[in-house]
Structures are given as C-alpha cells and as structure tokens.
Ligand binder design. Structure first.
Ligand code: COA
Length: 711
C-alpha cells in the first residue's frame, strides 16, 4: 500500500497554512504550546487555532471548528484527547485538509488498533495523509515551521532527524541546541499508521538544505520500501541510524512500546550496512557522527596520519584505527621529510608522529600544517595530552588554526585532547564552533572512520543485481503436490529436486520402493551410499532409525533397507511411507549453510554462514536483503569468521568460493520468484576445492498456501 509521492510530502514540510485543533488558552496545555511555537517560530503561512470556545489566542482569531475556516488548510495538528480524535479526523477529511499530525497518544501503542485503523481509512478515503498518532510534531526549517511542543527553540541548519520515540526526539532538540547543531527538519513519526520513514526520506533526500539524516528507529513495518529509499538516500547524503531493540529483551520492550515489530537485529544490522547506512551505538555517537559528516570534508584517499605529544595516546589511536579499518600512512622517507622540521630529535617521525611532551602550540601548528599541505596524506588525527609546558591559552586558537588549514585543503582532521578543566573548556568552546574535538581518542577516530566508511560505500556501490533464469512452473508443481497432501514443507527428495532445477549440485539419489530397486541404484551410483526413509509423517528421520550411512556393498544395502522399514513402522505404525531414498555418500568438504527467508520486516533476505551441526552455537552467519549481485554475495562470504577455511586453512587447497556465491544467488532467486516458498535452508552445503563446485546435502524448504508479496 505505498501511496506517497514526493509532491504530496512536500506540503507536509512546506505548508502554506496550519491549523491547531485543541489550541488552548492554558499555557500548560500541549495545544497551546504548539500554537505558540508555530507563531513564535516565524511560520509565514496562515495559522488557524481551533477551539470550541473561539475568541483570540496569541493575537490570532480562534475558530470554533475546522469547518469554519474559509481558506485551504494544508496541515492540521490534532491535540485533543484520543476519544475525540476519530471525529476530528472526519471533520478534517470533510474540510479537505492535506495532512494531519496526530499528537494524541492512546492508539496502537496501547492496543487501540481499531480506532487507529479507522482514522487511516477515513484519511485515505479523503486523500489525506496521517503523521502519527503519538507524536510531538514536526519542525521544518524551510517553512520556518515549529509545530512541536518542545520547550527549546530550534536552530535552522543542515541535519534532519526522524524519530520514532517522541520523548527522545524532544530530548534531541535540547541536545542539538547545546551542541550547536542546526536542523533542517525534525519529525516525530510515532506509531507510523500511515506516513513512515520511507515517505519522509523521499522528501529529505532531495531537499538541498539537508546534508545529513539521522533516524531513531524502534521497529520497521514496511522494510522493503525502506530499503529502496535508503539505498537512494545514502547515494545522495549520509544516513545515520540508531535502532533500539538490539537485545532480545530490548526488542520486546520496543514492540510493546510502539506497537511495531522490532525484527531480528542481525538482519537489520546487515541490511543497514548493505544500504550504506551508518549505525550508531548510542545517541552521543550518532550526534558526533552527524556533526562530523555535516561540517568536515570527506577524505579523498585512505592515508591517515596521527600526530601526538604522547606515546601512549598515539598507540591507543593506532589501535582504534586498526579496529575501524583506517590505514596509516607509512612511507618512512616521506614522513621524515614532512615531519622532521616539526619534530625534536628525541621524537619520532614514524606514524604516529610523536612531537613529544615538550611540544608547545607553535610546534603543533607546525606539525599539523604539514599534513594539510602534503599531497601524500589524506586525513589527520591530532592528539594532545595536557602538559605543564604547553602554553594552554593557545590550545583553542591552535586547533582553530589547524582545523581551518585542513578545511581549506579539503581534508578532514579530528582532535582528541585529554586533560583537566581547561581542556574541557576548550572542547566546549570548539564544539560550539562545530570543530571536531573530543575528549577521547576512540570518539575522535570513530568519527573519521564513518567518513571513510561512507566514502567507501559510495565508491563501491552498484545498483546492478544478479539473478538466474528459473523454471518456476516445475517448482510450482512440486509445491502444489505438497500442499495437496496438506504439507507446509517439502520432503527431502522434493527439496533436492528444487535444488537440481536451479542448478545447485545434489548427490545422485533415487526414491526406491523395493530392495531390488535400491540395490540396482546403489550399484549404478557406486559405493558407499546413504539410505533414508521417505515419509511425510516422519520429520526427524534419525530419531525414527530411518537413516543408514556409509553402506559399502550390496549386502549392507539389503540389510539397511529391511532395518529402516522395520524401524519406521515401529516408530509410527500409521506413517505413510513413500519409499527409501538411496543417495551417493557425499565426500567431505567445508560445510556451509546457505538459506533464504521472508523476513517479516524486510521481505526476502538471503543468509550464508558456517554450516553443519554447530550453526546455532557458532552463529557465524551473515545476511543481505534481496536482490543482490555477485560482488555482494562474495562480500557475504568474506564476512563470515570462518572465511579462512574457504581460503584453504592448514595447507589445504582453496575452496570453490565462486560456486558458493553462485549458490547464494540461486537460493535468493528461488525465494524471490517462488512466492509460496517462505524458507529455504541448505545445511550443509559441501564446498569442494576450486573448480569442483558445491553439493547441497540437505535442503529444507517451507511453503505456504498464500502467495507472499515480494519484489
Ligand atoms: N476541537 C477543538 N478543540 C477541542 C476539541 C475539538 N473537537 N475537543 C476538545 N478541544 C479542546 C479542549 O476544550 C481543550 O481546550 P481548553 O483548554 O480551552 O478547554 C483542548 O482541546 C485540549 O483538550 P484537553 O481535554 O484539555 O486535553 P489535554 O490538553 O489535557 O490533552 C492531549 C490532550 C492530546 C495532549 C493528550 O490527550 C495526550 O494525548 N497527551 C499525550 C501526548 C503525547 O505525549 N504525544 C506523544 C508525544 S511524543
């Protein structure tokens, strides 16, 4: 049900008229605060306060009902108790209002789903869009519109914030004021009954005033639309996300808090990465990143240099660089040439460049001007530990000066300064000037690293995706058979058939219905072979004694056939038995797992990881939202911790990594194109030496009657 186009959302952010329903004379009421913020915030369009008592409020005529207003109302903010909201929404729909903000709480977040649904239906029927319910409102710098009930004034700027939590959003407004971060917009999305992040992003990514977008998310409802919009957004500007609900307990709290599904965090994490979204761990980190990305130039190349007056802090920064994947420039000759004039003989021109504890502001200016001017270095990490010999009064001017030099050269620099009260004072002053100065090495390096991460994403990004041609007709008839037998899963040999239809190697196998047939097939395939019971009533074959492995000759096959039949009948005398599957005994390889499923939030996703019986314990798996291309499939494989096994650990040959990537693409294609398949899991996928391919040993496929929407 995607409904937004950018032009309709534009009038949400840039309305020409604004009504407040519930505009009270009482300054303690939310409706009063919103009216005051709209008027005092400098909104230049028409303002229409609405209250049954009429009269005048803050110099404006108060209308007794929305119907009394003569002109067009682009946006109406509703701040009346929940029980009145449905009626008010009807009146707005009759009036032809374009958008409503529902400030009121008391809807799906507390289980009142019916009224929320009714509101959306009424609005949709009238072509009206709904923001909320359960929100604090919206600020849009472009329209000088502050329709929030925040106590602090909002400074216009270039950062846009979308937040699902209202209280946190209001706190963020306060924080932006303290941190001197100007906002292009802040929007509270609340219960997302209609307008969601994707709708709002579609406007913000095209809006010139917005340089960086920050989102606080608790749960994702329409994940596929969000993925599409995020991919488009990150190509134009950085997007930072904070998502709560990382822990299982947190996810439960989030689900009950906003009435939305928090989703699996591993999937969320992987998809954000895939979309180039930068996920912050904390609010402080998100704000630091926002500021850094908004005010500091992006690095043009990878080579970074650390300049320090202390060895220890230099090592800490080196560790942080390694953790965040920042490469340190290490051409010793050039480093010597560039830094020798600024480094005492007992210092070091190696990277970290140590200008020693005796360095004063002049030495710092010298040493930090050098990388700004050098063609060999792309970014600088400047570190300072408070010392008695440093001319403290010059610390702030030194940082301003060297920051400016870097800005003029179009290069990023980040500062970590550690010390007492005077250092804190310096940090506060400089942060207000939007200079990236931190009291901790990790914070400073983390900011530079997101700039690198974002840059790398933009450079390596491709919109191409790979899929294979598949015969969905044949797969459909396998599914039809299973469903007609009342099954929501495919039997093992049916799973193998699907694999073989999409060209994924499977062991040679046949369902046999007599001892003779079993022996004949085993002789043809070659020993050893494996035999398994085929029964829709026996899911756990080993428990039923329905599996025999490593059968070496004719006699063993005959014995196994009789034993499996006997065991199966003893296990479940009523089980319907279709026969016994005889398969080639698969050679050992590296055991991976490849799977796909329809994620309730993000739609079809594909998964790859270390397989075998320890999947659950090792949890060495990685996800992507579909569709993907071969490069992304390769990146997935490289991400798993067990990747060295595929490169050939302990003198073994390199494995057929390309065939694994191909398998990921194939499994992804099946889940996208066969809409009645909900889950695929091949475990193990045996991976052989390069050029020898893979074999799907056990493919479990779950199905449903209804066609799940995809693509
Ligand atoms: N049209 C216009 N005004 C109406 C109205 C209608 N149909 N029905 C009632 N009003 C008026 C009331 O008369 C009152 O004005 P008054 O002070 O002049 O009498 C005003 O609207 C507000 O109604 P009131 O009953 O006093 O409610 P309230 O201000 O105490 O609370 C909400 C209203 C919406 C703020 C409250 O119900 C609520 O939901 N609070 C939570 C909001 C929230 O936290 N949102 C999420 C933020 S993150």
């Amino acid at each position: 049900m995607k409904k937004s186009d950018n032009s309709t959302i534009t009038s949400l952010f840039e309305p020409r008229s604004f009504a407040i329903i519930g505009a009270s004379q009482n300054p303690k009421k939310i409706g009063h605060t919103i009216t005051r913020n709209v008027i005092e915030g400098g909104f230049t369009g028409d303002v229409y306060p609405v209250n049954p008592d009429g009269g005048e409020l803050l110099g404006r005529k108060v209308f007794t009902g929305i119907g009394e207003i003569k002109g067009q109302v682009d946006v109406a903010s509703i701040a009346v108790p929940a029980k009145f909201v449905v009626n008010v929404v009807r009146e707005c729909a009759e009036k032809g209002v374009k958008h409503i903000h529902i400030i009121s709480s008391g809807f799906s977040e507390v289980g009142n789903i019916d009224q929320e649904r009714e509101i959306v239906q009424t609005a949709r029927a009238a072509g009206m869009r709904v923001l909320g319910p359960n929100i604090f409102g919206l600020y849009s710098a472009k329209a000088s519109l502050n329709s929030t009930f925040s106590a602090s004034a909002i400074m216009p700027g270039s950062v846009a914030i979308l937040t699902q939590s209202g209280a946190l959003g209001i706190a963020m407004i306060g924080k932006t004021a303290v941190d001197n971060i100007g906002l292009s917009a802040i929007v509270s999305i609340g219960n997302k009954s209609d307008i969601d992040e994707a709708d709002l992003l579609s406007y913000l990514i095209r809006q010139e005033e917005t340089n960086v977008i920050m989102m606080y998310i608790e749960g994702v409802k329409n994940g596929e639309a969000l993925i599409e919009t995020l991919k488009e957004a990150t190509l134009r500007k950085p997007v930072i996300v904070i998502k709560s609900g990382r822990s299982a307990r947190g996810a439960m709290a989030a689900a009950s808090h906003t009435g939305s599904l928090a989703g699996s965090d591993a999937v969320f994490e992987a998809i954000m990465k895939q979309c180039g979204v930068l996920r912050a761990e904390s609010i402080d980190e998100a704000f630091n990143w926002c500021k850094y990305l908004a005010f500091t130039p992006r690095p043009r190349g990878k080579k970074s240099v650390i300049v320090t007056n202390g060895g220890g802090i230099g090592v800490m920064a080196t560790d942080a660089c390694e953790k965040f994947g920042i490469s340190l420039y290490d051409d010793q000759e050039i480093l010597k040439e560039v830094f020798e004039p600024a480094t005492p003989s007992f210092g070091s021109t190696k990277n970290p460049v140590d200008i020693t504890g005796g360095a004063n502001s002049g030495d710092y200016i010298h040493a930090l001007t050098a990388p700004a001017a050098s063609e060999h270095m792309d970014s600088t990490i400047a570190l300072y530990c408070e010392t008695a010999t440093f001319d403290y009064e010059n610390l702030t001017p030194m940082i301003r000066d060297t920051y400016k030099k870097h800005a003029e050269a179009g290069k990023p620099i980040t500062y970590a300064i550690v010390g007492g009260e005077s250092v804190d004072k310096s940090i506060n002053t400089l942060r207000k000037e939007n200079i990236p100065v931190y009291g901790d090495v990790y914070e400073a390096v983390s900011c530079l690293s997101v700039s690198y991460r974002y840059q790398e994403y933009i450079q390596g990004h491709s919109r191409r995706f790979d899929e294979i041609e598949i015969d969905t007709g044949k797969i459909d008839s396998i599914i039809d058979t299973a469903l007609s037998e009342g099954r929501k899963f495919l039997l093992s040999h049916e799973g193998s058939q699907v694999m073989s239809l999409v060209g994924i190697g499977i062991p040679g196998e046949k369902v046999t219905r007599s001892i003779e047939e079993a022996v004949e097939f085993a002789e043809k395939t070659g020993y050893p072979v494996v035999m398994k019971i085929v029964s829709r009533d026996i899911l756990h074959k080993s428990d039923a004694g329905g599996i025999a492995l490593d059968l070496e000759d004719r006699e063993e096959v005959i014995d196994a056939y009789e034993a499996i039949m006997h065991n199966a009948k003893a296990y479940d005398p009523h089980a319907r038995i279709d026969g016994i599957l005889v398969s080639e005994m698969v050679k050992q390889g590296v055991e991976l797992i490849v799977g796909a499923r329809r994620d309730p939030s993000f739609g079809p996703v594909v998964m790859c990881g270390l397989g075998g019986i320890y999947v659950e314990i090792m949890k060495d798996i990685t996800f992507r939202g579909l569709p993907i291309n071969r490069n992304e499939a390769m990146a997935m494989i490289k991400e798993i911790r067990s990747y060295p096994l595929l490169l050939g650990a302990r003198g073994e040959n390199r494995k057929d990594i390309e065939a694994v990537a191909e398998t990921i693409i194939k499994v992804g294609t099946v889940i996208r194109k066969c809409r009645r398949i909900t889950d695929i899991e091949i475990n193990p996928v045996m991976v052989y030496d390069r050029g020898m391919g893979v074999k799907s040993v056990d493919a479990r496929i779950l199905i449903t009657e209804k066609k799940e929407t995809d693509q």
